[in-house]
Design a protein around this ligand. Structure first.
Ligand SMILES: Nc1ncnc2c1ncn2[C@@H]1O[C@H](COP(=O)(O)OP(=O)(O)OP(=O)(O)O)[C@@H](O)[C@H]1O
Ligand SMILES: [Mg+2]
Length: 267
């Protein structure tokens, strides 16, 4: 059965796109097949996979706004077993366009439902907002993968995040679960980083995935080469961490579906 995950956090720059591409690559190394969907007008996921956005014919915009079949927008990537639905600049105005359309929160879900999903995973990268693009991703997914950066503002944002999840559950998807929290840019030398991990773990329990993702400059270099970290520098700390995290996520999702793990937090 396909697992559909939305990589979401309304806060910008916390590692959503880095997590989407590198978890996908980690899963692909385990022979899982992955469809990545870029719903961010910034198109960082698209360019980070080496796809020139000027060469994109059919994008997630055509699917969401114009109602084109999702299958028409799917392209292969340099990474075996990973396909992509690219973003393009037209998506920048789509929050406004979507607002005037019927079923505006459900368009991505409907597009996925009318596609033969021959993948083990669909991973949707969200923009840093709670607009209709993120809402479409969350409604389509039903499972959240939430990157949290190990910094002071993460603690301030935690209440907001919990509130948001409760709101999304109430308004849009009562079955919304947390596939995992990914702690990003962890620097073990900083007391604050440990404190952030402790507080997030207190709140979200076993949803906090291991390992913690270290701050690693190779992770920030990889997108400019159009590659996930597992291809750019397969043995660096960032690659090892995302590889291990992908395996743990895969195992946790099996536990979740058999009722062995909690889908926290309490509403
Ligand atoms: N573990 C890490 N170590 C070093 N740099 C990282 C790490 N994770 C992410 N970065 C860098 O931090 C920046 C923000 O990461 P990323 O683009 O993944 O965040 P995002 O949440 O997708 O941002 P946005 O909200 O703008 O979509 C990028 O330059 C990325 O390369
Ligand atoms: Mg991003």
């Amino acid at each position: 059965m396909v697992s559909v995950l939305a990589v979401a956090n309304q806060k910008g720059g916390v590692g959503k796109t880095t997590t989407a591409v590198n978890v996908a690559a980690g899963l692909a190394e385990m022979n899982r097949t992955v469809l990545l969907i870029d719903t961010d007008p910034q198109a960082n996921l698209t360019s980070g996979l080496g796809v020139d956005r000027r060469q994109v014919h059919t994008s997630v915009y055509d699917v969401l706004v114009l109602g084109r079949p999702l299958a028409e927008a799917i392209i292969p990537t340099e990474v075996d077993r990973v396909h992509l639905v690219p973003s393009d600049i037209a998506l920048a105005g789509s929050e406004v366009e979507l607002a005037g359309l019927s079923q505006r929160e459900h368009r991505l879900r409907q597009a996925l439902e009318s596609t033969d999903l021959a993948w083990d995973y669909v991973i949707i990268d969200c923009p840093p907002s709670l607009g209709l693009l993120t809402v479409n991703a969350v409604v389509a997914a039903g499972q959240l993968l939430i990157p949290v950066q190990c910094e002071f503002y993460a603690l301030e944002g935690l209440g907001l995040l919990t509130h948001t999840i409760a709101l999304l559950r109430r308004e849009l998807n009562p079955r919304l679960t947390i596939a995992g929290i990914v702690m990003t840019q962890f620097d073990g030398r900083l007391a604050l980083a440990h404190q952030v991990v402790d507080e997030v773990s207190t709140r979200f329990g076993d949803a906090v995935l291991r390992p913690l993702i270290p701050r690693n400059v190779r992770l920030s270099e990889a997108p400019s080469h159009g590659l996930p970290i597992t291809a750019y520098d397969p043995e660096c700390r960032g690659a090892q961490a995302y590889r291990e995290l992908a395996a743990n996520l895969d195992a946790r999702l099996r536990d979740l579906s058999s009722g062995l793990a909690s889908a926290g937090p309490p509403a």
